[in-house]
Design a protein around this ligand. Structure first.
Ligand SMILES: *[C@@H]1O[C@H](CO)[C@@H](O)[C@H](O)[C@H]1NC(C)=O
Length: 122
């Protein structure tokens, strides 16, 4: 996962010309949370939403695969941590990428998962 994060970072910086990896955090298939840009840094994850959101990427393709229980748990822990740090309000709204951009992201399986989470809104 650490290598995959560096691959994504390299793509964002060297191919897309961004200052850093686009996401604030990434969830690995190993169930770990990886720091991208981290807290208090503007992400480059969703046009028109970067300044009012934290971008969390799940590493993988969830069109056919399902996120593991460990990935789901890690993401929920990250969201709870974000609230406890005051980075997002307790009444935050959770959106999937496809709700704010024309994209298949986050893939139907992950999409169906996050739609069941507290704070997700249509
Ligand atoms: C994800 O997997 C689907 C189904 O195999 C494929 O059509 C799609 O191109 C993949 N997406 C990416 C970004 O690789």
């Amino acid at each position: 996962c650490a290598q995959e994060l560096r691959n994504i970072q390299s793509y964002h910086m060297n191919s897309l010309g961004w200052a850093d990896i686009g996401y604030n955090f990434l969830i690995g298939g190993d169930g770990a949370v990886y720091e991208g840009r981290g807290w208090n840094v503007l992400g480059a994850h969703a046009t028109n939403w970067n300044s009012k959101s934290i971008g969390i990427s799940f590493m993988g393709n969830f069109s056919n695969s399902k996120p593991t229980a460990a990935m789901i748990s890690a993401a929920k822990s990250l969201l709870a941590d974000a609230v406890s740090r005051g980075q997002i309000s307790s009444g935050y709204t959770l959106y999937g990428h496809r709700q704010v951009s024309s994209t298949e992201c986050p893939g139907n399986n992950l999409w169906n998962e996050i739609r069941t989470w507290a704070n997700w809104k249509a």
